[in-house]
Design a binder for this molecule. Structure first.
Ligand SMILES: *Cc1c(COP(=O)(O)O)cnc(C)c1O
Length: 466
């Protein structure tokens, strides 16, 4: 019987002439469409050969339907927009910081035109790509000099290679951070050619631990902000001010990896820790931080501090390896410029405005989202509930962002099916599931995205109830 069905499987050319498939493949290269169709048919053939398919599964109509889905999918960009309904502001998997309007425009301008990237129009001669961001970063942070590399991991690598190669870098055992993926402070150090000198214990490191370990071959003192965990209880760490005295007495640079680039204090939402300016004032000679965490800019590693050290890093061969593109520089400059006026930064930089949305506003937004879904009469059980958002990106794990979410369930469609369907298609909507209900947090959504989410839920219900 299977051989009969095998023979009846449609040919690629047959499918190519199918109205629905022709429509789905508009604008796509023919070879790509053929590949997608071949995959669908091969899959069916395999099922038949293994006796895993019944007649319904290889019915012509069903194959056409699946082919339309496959062709549509191959026309989609892989890196594309999603809606973040999780309430996690710096969601690393979803691209961390959303850029400000000004930064987006700067990227487009730099990308589509020739630019002053390494050209000084006033002098009519070659300029430095570092200049565009250096003056704005130094003005905002109070640092003497600054540069930007690919990300904070790269900044750490360059800094250690330039200031500590072949020498010992002293770091507390309480600060040997793993950020995720393959970023572990000890491993980065090894790659940079510097040697790690761990001092103190996991929970307690004292001034004397640093002092007793300084020797002939010490290259620098390194302090790392434990941005993604917190050690509580019986603990002790040495402050930046104290470390500064020690570093000065021994003529050593004090490097501070801050992780997140906090430029404005955000205590009101539970994000504590010094700002970059405070870190420099407290005595760090070089500060390293990410561009796409609390700063709210593009991926990048910002290095700010004493000119002698920054110059060394700019001249290091790794600087070329780790250098950033014009689009990153454009976005970085625009992001920092917003900080000239703190109120403007809070308003215009999405990361900051999303983190500091008031409870009242979040409740109002949740009600609005609920209304948008409700008015479609889809049979959802909808509620507005208190919900806790997160900073994300390994920043401020202890911060609790109180807010509101819309929670929903459906009498006829299981929550898991709805959640999976939300992730499908051209515009995935990413949500949380808790206590057998879908949670959609408006903190990380725009008004347009609320509407798109409601529209998508409508599509899903219609599709499942067909
Ligand atoms: C996030 C983080 C890094 C890595 O930064 P990327 O920009 O993601 O490379 C390094 N150090 C600390 C302390 C961090 O929090």
């Amino acid at each position: 019987m299977n051989s009969e069905l095998l023979r009846k499987l449609p040919k690629i050319d047959e499918l190519l002439n199918e109205e629905k498939i022709m429509r789905a493949s508009e604008g796509l290269p023919r070879s790509q469409v053929k590949d997608a169709l071949r995959k669908v048919i091969d899959e069916k053939r395999k099922l038949l050969l293994n006796d895993h398919a019944d007649e319904e599964e290889v019915a012509y109509g069903r194959i056409v339907e699946e082919a339309v889905i496959a062709v549509t999918a191959c026309g989609r960009k892989s890196l594309r927009r999603v809606i973040n309904g999780t309430g996690v502001v710096l969601h690393t998997n979803l691209g961390r910081a959303r850029l400000s309007r000004a930064a987006i425009e700067a990227v487009c301008e730099a990308a589509g035109n020739y630019s002053t990237l390494e050209y000084d129009p006033a002098a009519g001669c070659r300029g430095s790509r570092h200049d565009h961001v250096e003056s704005v970063i130094t003005r905002i942070t109070g640092a003497e000099a600054a540069m930007v590399v690919n990300n904070n991991a790269a900044a750490t690598m360059l800094c250690l290679a330039a200031l500590g190669k072949g020498r010992e870098i002293i770091i507390s055992r309480g600060e040997l951070v793993e950020i995720g993926g393959s970023f572990r402070i000890p491993e980065i150090m090894e790659e940079s050619g510097a040697f790690l000198r761990e001092v103190g214990t996991t929970n307690k490191t004292k001034y004397s631990d640093y002092e007793e370990n300084i020797g002939e071959n010490t290259g620098a003192l390194l302090k790392v902000h434990t941005s993604n965990y917190k050690i509580i209880g019986f603990t002790e760490e040495v402050s930046l001010q104290e470390l500064k005295q020690l570093a000065q007495a021994h003529h050593l640079p004090l490097i501070y990896d801050m992780g997140s680039g906090l430029l404005i204090g955000l205590e009101e939402v539970g994000i504590s820790g010094p700002t970059v300016r405070e870190g420099l004032t407290a005595g760090a000679d070089v500060i390293l931080f990410s561009g796409d965490k609390l700063l709210g800019g593009p991926q990048g590693g910002v290095i700010a501090g004493k000119k002698t050290y920054i110059e060394k890093m700019k001249r290091h061969p790794l600087a070329r390896v780790l250098r950033v593109d014009k689009m990153t520089l454009a976005a970085m400059e625009a992001t920092f410029r917003a900080y000239y006026d703190e109120e403007r930064a809070m308003r215009e930089i999405p990361v900051l405005s999303m983190l500091t949305k008031s409870g009242g506003l979040l409740e109002q937004e949740a009600r609005e989202l609920k209304r948008k879904i409700e008015e479609k009469n889809l049979g959802f059980d909808l509620r507005v509930e208190p919900s806790v958002g997160k900073v994300g990106g390994g920043s401020a794990p202890a911060a609790v962002l109180e807010g509101y979410a819309v929670s929903l369930s459906h009498g006829k469609i299981p929550v898991q099916i709805i959640e999976a369907a939300l992730r499908e298609g051209e515009l995935p909507v990413i949500v949380r599931v808790s206590h057998d209900r879908i949670l959609i947090d408006p903190r990380t959504m725009t008004e347009r995205e609320q509407q798109e989410t409601a529209d998508k839920l409508e599509e899903i219900v219609k599709e499942k109830q067909r």
